[in-house]
Design a protein around this ligand. Structure first.
Ligand code: ATP
Ligand code: MG
Ligand code: MG
Ligand code: MG
Length: 477
């Protein structure tokens, strides 16, 4: 198999060299010109079949999405629009594709909604080709960023007995048989027997285990799937999503915010450098979409300009209290345009977050020091006794993209808060051991990977940036 990827071919100089390529037909014109794509790029290589050299039976089999192996010579193109042609010597059809049945014909531009119904085939479109090559690049850049900084990649468990974050969002893991499961005294299925005699769930976050790693290695990160049984149908929630969770000993909340900002800018820069073609394609796609809107509603900057802006400007930093004040004084609030009420103590809704980033600051915003009532037990209590050292990062077009905090390292304060909110202190004895044996100030955050991919690609719906979205309506493929 001496095949060369089409991406590499397109970067070559056509000097009569013989090469072999393999891929899928994007289009076939005049019984002569095949646009061949192999997934390495959105670009196609023009394969030219000299008229009369190939028999009818073969030509009939060259249909959209049929797979081909072509050997030929690479020559400068006589036509406009491409630098080179592959003048075919031999063409082999590896797999036929019946044009009557194939749902992705080049003439009809399929909508994203339609493509979600055929998610098993959508990688073959230019849009999803670009999105998933960028997603791959981002994943690689995540590891590169942390590896270069000396962080240890810790694999935290998917199945866990800890219910730390709590509150009904968990998927239960069970080994119980569908019939004849053990029951409690009142005849109900005994779910405490789920996992060989105890109760377990799919993880909602690797943080608590991450803290165990950070208090030994100094700096760790996790990058894995997390699960939340959210029976909601928003454009930014999935039941199964990937999260990146760094956790750092000896960091305070400001160090934490600095790292998160540097990380996000690094990821964007990485994609701008390594996926310029795919980004340009998605940018054009969005520009075409914008043209459908009335002038007044069109965005001032295009996707590339927005990304450039984000890497060149510091994120805004405000406290939760300042955020609420801004909202209360906004013309939006005065004209009663928010659906949900604004007052100190609320858990900000997406409309509030988006107002702050999109209308007020017009850049990403880091909000810190939230009321303790709306945040988790492990966040560090501030001296005011009312707020905790929490940190959310809000991004234009998305809203919350990062949630993090400085953790409560003082055993007595932590235990006090746990008891006050009813978190089982005894069950989390292993977690509290980090505070018993050489406790240190530490902090961390979780970046929702799909939200980051949305941010970079400009895709409006989170279902379009994960290969196989898991939502209340989607579990097949
Ligand atoms: P939201 O307010 O959007 O529901 P959250 O506050 O519940 O998010 P966290 O528990 O703070 O989320 O999780 C950390 C990060 O994980 C979030 O900032 C977000 O980027 C991402 N995230 C959370 N829930 C989901 C989900 N259901 N699907 C995709 N990403 C998610
Ligand atoms: Mg949530
Ligand atoms: Mg939130
Ligand atoms: Mg959050």
């Amino acid at each position: 198999n001496k095949r060369i990827r089409i991406k590499e071919v397109l970067a070559m100089e056509p000097e009569q060299q013989e090469i072999t390529v393999m891929g899928w037909v994007r289009s076939f014109r005049n019984n002569q010109f095949v646009a061949l794509n192999d997934g390495s790029t959105n670009g196609t290589l023009q394969v030219v079949l000299t008229l009369g050299e190939f028999d009818e039976a073969l030509l009939k089999r060259i249909t959209t999405s049929a797979s081909l192996k072509v050997t030929g010579t690479l020559v400068p193109s006589l036509g406009k629009g491409q630098k080179m042609d592959l003048k075919a010597a031999t063409v082999e059809v590896l797999g036929d594709c019946d044009p009557e049945q194939y749902p992705l014909q080049p003439k009809n531009k399929p909508s994203l909604e339609y493509l979600r119904e055929i998610a098993h085939l959508r990688f073959r479109t230019n849009t999803f080709g670009a999105v998933f090559r960028i997603r791959h690049s981002l994943a690689f850049a995540v590891h590169k960023f942390f590896n270069d900084k000396g962080f240890v990649y810790l694999h935290t468990p998917i199945i866990t007995a800890s219910d730390a974050e709590g509150a009904g969002e968990m998927f239960r893991v069970t080994t119980l048989p569908m019939e004849g499961a053990p029951t409690t005294e009142d005849g109900k299925i005994d779910y405490s027997q789920d996992f060989f005699g105890r109760s377990t769930n799919l993880t909602v976050s690797g943080q608590l285990e991450g803290e165990l790693g950070a208090t030994a290695f100094g700096e760790i990160y996790t990058f894995g799937p997390t699960f939340r049984a959210e029976n909601s149908n928003t454009a930014r929630h999935l039941a199964e999503f990937w999260m990146i969770e760094p956790e750092m000993a000896f960091y305070d909340i400001e160090d934490n915010a600095n790292l998160a900002e540097e990380f996000i800018q690094y990821l964007i820069r990485y994609v701008m450098q390594h996926n310029a073609d795919d980004l340009a394609f998605l940018n054009q796609r969005l520009l075409d979409e914008e043209k459908q809107k009335p002038q007044a509603e069109r965005s001032e900057l295009d996707l590339l300009q927005k990304l450039q802006f984000v890497v060149e400007h510091q994120f805004e930093r405000i406290t939760y209290t300042e955020a609420i004040d801004i909202l209360l004084q906004s013309p939006h609030y005065k004209k009663k345009k928010f659906q949900y009420d604004v007052k100190w103590g609320i858990d900000m809704q997406s409309e509030h977050e988006r107002y702050l980033v999109e209308k007020h600051f017009k850049k990403p915003v880091i909000v810190t020091n939230y009321p303790k009532e709306i945040k988790s037990f492990y966040m560090r209590l501030n001296d005011d006794g009312k707020t905790v050292a929490a940190m959310d990062i809000l991004a234009p077009g998305i809203g919350e993209i990062v949630g993090g905090s400085q953790r409560e390292e003082r055993l007595d304060v932590l235990e006090g808060r746990m008891r006050a909110i009813g978190v089982p202190v005894e069950e989390l004895w292993w977690y509290l051991d980090t505070r018993r044996y050489g406790t240190v100030p530490h902090a961390g955050f979780g970046l929702g990977f799909e939200r980051m991919v949305q941010f970079v690609t400009g895709m409006g719906n989170i279902r379009d940036v994960i290969a196989f979205p898991r939502t209340p309506k989607n579990a097949e493929f």
